[in-house]
Write a protein that binds this ligand. Structure first.
Ligand code: COA
Length: 255
């Protein structure tokens, strides 16, 4: 891997986008490496939670790499968005293990889109986020026009997209775009603390809950029916046996 760092400790895999001199901008190679790292972490028995962050103190990710697509044709632009969404952004969203974005600075364009693909976001107080694409004459292409309205509501999303402006961490928090705001020093430890709470619970049930929540956002899919199916399937799992038995025996479940 040339552009990312991956470390697994205490069942948490931290994936760090590591191009600090380009503010961790997402070029093609970085997207491919992230895609592979998510696959590997999903398959790794030692991973229960994934934290996505950026290296350095300035940026999570300052966007897709503008230098790489500056001379693209419409066909190449379409392919860039389609391929990126398929191999990374949709993969993160549908990962069966929780993905937390630790937003440690600028999260712009593709950077905010990556953070929004994660299951939830924690920001440091220096974070500034936005979708500046229209200032470049394009629109968000990695799911931003869909996920931003889902997270903050249509009106706020429209304003953010149309103004191409940045909002600070406190505003992102008040919009519900990030769940918590902490100092940069506390960012990773806060994510790890939340990961610790998640890891007390059934990983199989968590994977099913991710599927059921996401189902409600897929056009033509009945989220309530998906919930019924996932709920029913839970009853056939070892984790259900362990969880209910542990409760009745008044002990902590071992998942
Ligand atoms: N793509 C490619 N390179 C990028 C980048 C991006 N999205 N964002 C930052 N960089 C590069 C800069 O070109 C610069 O490289 P250089 O030192 O080789 O010239 C380096 O990262 C540092 O960025 P710089 O602009 O000097 O930092 P700054 O503190 O002055 O400004 C930002 C920070 C985030 C405001 C500014 O970098 C910016 O506006 N970036 C683009 C954001 C954007 O439009 N993203 C959406 C893309 S679709």
């Amino acid at each position: 891997m040339n552009n990312i760092l991956v470390a697994t400790e205490n069942k948490i895999t931290t994936i760090t986008i590591n191009r600090p001199n380009k503010l961790n901008a997402l070029n093609k190679e970085t997207i491919a490496e992230l895609s592979q790292a998510i696959d590997t972490a999903e398959d790794n028995e030692n991973t229960r939670v994934i934290i996505l962050t950026g290296s350095g103190e300035k940026a999570f990710v300052a966007g897709a790499d503008i230098a790489e697509f500056a001379d693209f044709s419409p066909e190449q632009g379409k392919e860039l968005a389609a391929h990126g969404q398929e191999i990374l952004f949709n993969k993160v969203e549908n990962c069966s293990k929780p993905v937390i974005a630790a937003v440690n600075g600028f999260a712009l364009g593709g950077g905010l889109e990556l953070a929004m693909s994660a299951h939830f976001r924690i920001a440091s107080d220096n974070a500034r986020v936005g979708l500046p694409e229209v200032s470049l004459g394009v629109i968000p292409g990695y799911g931003g026009t869909q996920r931003l309205p889902q997270l903050v509501g249509k009106g706020r999303a429209m304003e953010m997209i149309m103004t191409a402006g940045m909002i600070d961490a406190a505003t992102a928090h008040s919009y519900g775009l990030v769940n918590h705001v902490v100092t940069q020093d506390e960012l990773i430890s806060t994510c790890e603390k939340i990961a610790g709470k998640i890891m007390r619970n059934s990983p199989v049930a968590i994977g099913a809950a991710i599927d059921a929540v996401n189902a409600g956002y897929i056009d033509g899919v009945d989220g309530y029916q998906a919930e019924i199916d996932c709920f029913g399937a839970s009853f056939g799992t070892d984790d259900f046996k362990e969880g209910t038995t542990a409760f009745l025996e008044k002990r902590k479940a071992e998942f």
